[in-house]
Design a protein around this ligand. Structure first.
Ligand SMILES: [Zn+2]
Length: 261
């Protein structure tokens, strides 16, 4: 039987796995509006598929927790159906999970995040776990791995990749094509921002700040989903998996400080 998720193991099987010093993955997603053409589960599915594929291909001991399906989406709440946790709720929930893992002996955890709004709370929980237990409790927000591949392969101009955009739509075309309403693809809404701050992914922002999405988008998306293709989705996904596999291996072997990928 293929074992991907923590919950498919028995307690005795987990005892054996933990003795091997595994990397435990935590997919962290969101349930929020993604414009007229993508469903609310977009980010949750991306984080989940990345972790499933990592466990499948990893050559080191590794397992995944089920996805944290709800994230922090306060900035999307003007759009119907979006669900959000409070910062304190998410940080406390994640810390309790990390604390439980650590009490079983786990010391290597990688949270695989697919949503910008989650970063501060997830980092807070991971940092608290590190203070308490040592070990490696790290946060990966997946697009941070693939700036080069995006630059080489994107069809949209700067501003075309942000939210329900060229990249997220392409990933859905590749990972769950039924989720893409091709007849509802909205026109480009490229918000480039200024030299201090831009909502574009891969912008080199000088500040971070909170801004509700209804101030940036009428339909809910930021970017250019018209430029998305399943091929670009596959390129992005495979680039993430390739680099994240290396990362997971380096974490497991304790080589984070002396590895150049
Ligand atoms: Zn998203």
């Amino acid at each position: 039987m293929e074992k991907i998720y923590w919950g498919s193991y028995t307690t005795y099987e987990l005892e054996e796995l933990i003795e091997k010093d595994p990397v435990v993955l935590i997919p962290v997603g969101a349930y929020e509006q993604h414009g007229p053409h993508l469903a609310l589960n977009t980010d949750k599915v991306i984080a989940e598929k990345i972790c499933e594929e990592l466990v499948r291909r990893a050559e080191i001991p590794c397992a995944s927790l089920p996805a944290v399906w709800c994230g922090i989406s306060e900035h999307h709440m003007k759009f119907s159906g979006s669900l959000t946790l409070k910062h304190e709720t998410m940080s406390a929930f994640l810390f309790d999970i990390l604390d439980s893992l650590a009490r079983s002996g786990v010391r290597k955890v990688l949270a695989v995040n697919s949503h910008g709004g989650n970063m501060v709370a997830v980092n807070e929980a991971l940092t608290k776990a590190s203070y308490q237990y040592g070990g490696t409790f790290a946060l990966l927000t997946y697009w941070n791995l693939i700036g080069d591949e995006i630059r080489e392969n994107r069809r949209s101009e700067f501003g075309g990749i942000s939210h329900a955009c060229e990249m997220e739509t392409a990933l859905q075309m590749y990972l769950q094509p039924d989720n893409v309403r091709m007849d509802r693809l909205p026109p480009a809404n490229n918000v480039k921002g200024g030299s201090f701050w831009s909502p574009a992914m891969f912008a080199s922002n000088k500040i971070s700040m909170y801004i509700p999405y209804d101030q940036l988008s009428e339909l809910g998306h930021i970017g250019d989903p018209q430029k998305a293709t399943p091929e670009f989705g596959e390129t992005v996904f495979e680039a993430v998996i390739k680099k994240a596999l290396k990362l997971v291996e380096v974490i497991q072997k304790g080589e984070l400080l002396n590895e150049n990928y």
